[in-house]
Design a protein around this ligand. Structure first.
Ligand code: ADP
Ligand code: MG
Length: 717
């Protein structure tokens, strides 16, 4: 009998166990049984050869069509040429010095063939493929492998083909004793889930398609529950540390601010503002994610929340991902507040507060002054980078932290934030992101936060028109780009030119692909070429902070016509007079990043223009992504398209970390019902039993889940 935690060598022998460990990182029974088939072949149905891709390690179910032997002239050896077919297309295979295989590979036989797909003179081929024929008569074991009508095809590796994996799985399943089902019986009953033993058998050796479907459903639930239990526990522990309530103060700063707002709040701003106001008035710390397109008016919402807290005599902090952004936030908050934010200055309003900026690059004297204002409570609103929290800056009484741009601020940082309230309290936390994410992703990746979304744009927002400029197909359009930029500047407007790279990196000689265009190359080329005579500035992340700030100021003040920059301008930069953006090598950016970038134009009263310049060709997946960005400016729609176009494995960041993904079966796109239902169930269980003392199986499942903290859906380089 074997349990899920058992190691494999005793069951499969040292050699096989070692091969599984080195080729697929499979060490335990559980690892092996959670190495699910990638797909299933149906007995009698051959694999479509047309679907193969060059370079992939493929497994195909095919029929031997022809085998012939020839001598190699140069060396004293033989080549066995074999053609296999799916009935429509052919794949050639070559075996070097393996003439003895000729007697096995009889035309007409079918089997699985695995190997790396290469091309030889325009035909696809497998070199020295591994294979397993279905009708190896005298090998009872091989027969047994393929008796079933549904044949699992596993993610395989060189030397560990799918049928070897299947054989290991079968050996293990034969002696498997899963013990108590980790999923409580009441949950299984409620959601009609198979028991674990049935599901593990069913996913590897399904008796029929219904068995397989039921098994997949159950195992998806395992994944969903593990993730949602973690978030339910996080939510639970977040509220176990109380916050100080900050009720609305009548006649306070917030009221004064509302009175002088030059516009009406949108319905969304009002509704979310009410939700936040209620959260802030409660003893439960707020943990809210505010999603909203660039320009949807999140900052106003955040500022009103901060004022409600300041009205209660506490402080609010606003954290930005970069110093440039922090400085800019401080400026725009001061601007929006006017005399309400000029405490200590001449002409300040009666109950005015003070906006204090603190960044790492400040001079010692300035920094000391800021720190003093923060610890004394003189600063009602403190603006800084995320370092504000990491550096243990002392606050008099931090009541609210607003974190701008969620995706650079992970779960651990949010946890650190929770301890920064006065005494044993936790500050309220409002996280803002301009990258809209589908609801299922929010529930899976930011499951510990309540989510609010600002879906409408303030009235009077100018439209942004986006055009893909395919310079490989239409070279003449290249000149037209710079003419358009000149036209905008001619009308008194400004433009951004965005490049993927800075250009001060040492050249890499590894890649045969052209390196992406760089700010430091493009700027002088434009200056001496098509944009001669215009005032051009440069901005990138490796400039000293003072220089960056100076350039941003110059651009804001319209002292520069064109800003050539990296994605440092991606977030938060607000220059309403900038109306055009040219994104060079646009294919090097992700969909949401492009969307975020173009949000920098069209912020004023004039329509914005965004040109996506690319050398990629029509019909490629990359061009499809650019076309999606061109087709809609609805960020929520785009994020859905993006999710469809991206491989889901990337979502939980498993690809980058090299770890296997937590989510193997659960699809964020298609399994919304499972995600929502498991979230609900997890919440109920944790409310009764926060430490899962009565649910040892579930607790174990949570432990098994790989590092949810890596769930950096948006962190895509
Ligand atoms: P975000 O932070 O979501 O990108 P901001 O809060 O910076 O957006 O708002 C963008 C611009 O829209 C700002 O100039 C802001 O003053 C303005 N704005 C915000 N809310 C409204 C509204 N309800 N009506 C008109 N303009 C608004
Ligand atoms: Mg903003």
């Amino acid at each position: 009998m074997a349990g899920l935690r058992d190691k494999l060598p005793l069951l499969l022998g040292a050699k096989t166990a070692k091969a599984l460990a080195t080729s697929l990182e499979i060490e335990t029974v559980s690892d092996l049984l959670r190495h699910y088939p990638r797909r299933y072949a149906e007995r009698g149905e051959l694999t479509d050869i047309a679907g193969l891709e060059l370079g992939e390690h493929a497994t195909v179910l095919a029929r031997v069509e022809k085998v012939s032997k020839r001598r190699m002239k140069a060396r004293n050896g033989t080549i066995l040429d074999m053609v296999i077919t799916d009935g429509k297309r052919r794949l050639t295979c070559a075996f070097f010095n393996q003439a003895w295989r000729e007697k096995d590979l009889v035309p007409g036989k079918t089997g699985l063939f695995a190997g790396k797909v290469s091309a030889f003179r325009d035909t696809l081929q497998l070199t020295n493929p591994e294979y397993e024929l279905f009708d190896a008569e005298n090998e009872a074991e091989a027969m047994d492998n393929f008796l079933a009508a549904i044949i699992p095809v596993y993610p395989a590796a060189q030397g560990m083909p799918t049928w070897s994996i299947a054989k290991c799985v079968r050996q293990v399943l034969d002696v498997l004793e899963v013990g108590d089902d980790p999923m409580p019986a009441e949950l299984r009953r409620l959601h009609r889930l198979s028991d674990l033993d049935t599901a593990l058998h069913g996913i590897h050796r399904p008796e029929n398609w219904a068995h397989l479907e039921a098994s997949r459903k159950r195992l998806k639930w395992d994944e969903a529950m593990a993730v949602q239990l973690i978030f339910a526990q996080r939510r639970y522990s977040a509220v176990s540390r109380p916050a100080k309530p900050n009720p609305h103060v009548s006649g306070g700063l917030m009221d004064a601010f509302d009175k002088r707002l030059p516009f009406d709040l949108t319905a969304g701003q009002r509704a979310i503002g009410d939700e936040i106001a209620a959260d802030l008035a409660s003893e439960h710390p707020m943990n809210r994610l505010l999603q909203g397109e660039v320009g949807s008016g999140k900052t106003v919402v955040a500022l009103r929340a901060m004022l409600q807290v300041v009205d209660n005599g506490r402080q609010a902090a606003m954290l930005a991902p970069t110093e440039v952004l922090a400085a800019q936030h401080a400026r725009s908050l001061r601007e929006m507040l006017g005399d309400l934010g000029q405490a200590g200055e001449l002409g300040a309003a009666e109950n005015a507060t003070k906006v204090t900026l603190l960044t790492g690059s400040m001079g010692a004297k300035e920094r000391k002054k800021s720190l003093l204002e923060i610890v004394s409570g003189e600063a009602g609103i403190v603006v800084g980078t995320h370092a504000l929290i990491q550096d243990h800056v002392e606050f008099a009484d931090l009541g609210l932290a607003v974190v701008d741009e969620q995706h650079r601020f992970g779960v651990e940082q949010r946890d650190a934030l929770r301890t920064r309230g006065a005494g044993d309290t936790s500050p309220h936390v409002l996280v803002m992101t301009a990258t809209p994410i589908p609801r299922t992703v929010a529930m899976t990746v930011y499951g510990d936060l309540e989510v609010s979304a600002l879906r409408e744009m303030p009235v009077g927002r100018s439209p942004i028109s986006t055009t893909v400029v395919p310079v490989a197909e239409k070279p003449a359009w290249f000149d037209r780009i710079w003419q358009r930029v000149r036209e905008e500047v001619g009308k008194g407007h400004q433009a951004y030119v965005v490049c993927p790279r800075i250009g001060d990196e040492p050249p890499s000689d590894k890649s045969d692909k052209r390196p992406p265009l760089a700010v430091l190359d493009v700027a002088p080329e434009l200056e001496h070429g098509p944009l001669q005579g215009l005032k051009i500035g440069v901005l990138h992340g490796r400039m000293p902070p003072d220089d960056k700030d100076a350039v941003m100021r110059a651009f804001s003040a319209a002292k520069l016509d064109v800003l050539v920059a990296t994605t440092v301008i991606e977030v938060g930069v607000n220059v309403p007079n900038a109306t055009a953006m040219v994104i060079m090598d646009a294919d090097r950016f992700g969909v949401s990043q492009l969307h975020q970038l173009r949000g920098r134009v069209g912020r004023g009263s004039v329509p914005g223009l965004c040109l996506l310049v690319t050398e990629t060709l029509d019909g490629t997946a990359t061009r499809e992504r650019l076309a999606a960005v061109e087709s809609t400016t609805d960020g929520f729609e785009l994020s859905r398209l993006d999710l469809e176009l991206r491989r889901e494995g990337d979502i939980l960041g498993a690809a980058q970390s090299g770890k296997r993904s937590t989510l193997k079966l659960l699809s964020l796109l298609r399994d919304e019902d499972v995600i929502a239902a498991s979230r609900q169930s997890a919440q109920e269980i944790v409310e009764q039993d926060p430490e899962l003392k009565k649910y040892r199986g579930l607790a174990q499942m949570v432990d098994d889940v790989v590092d949810v903290d890596r769930a950096e859906y948006l962190e895509k380089s």
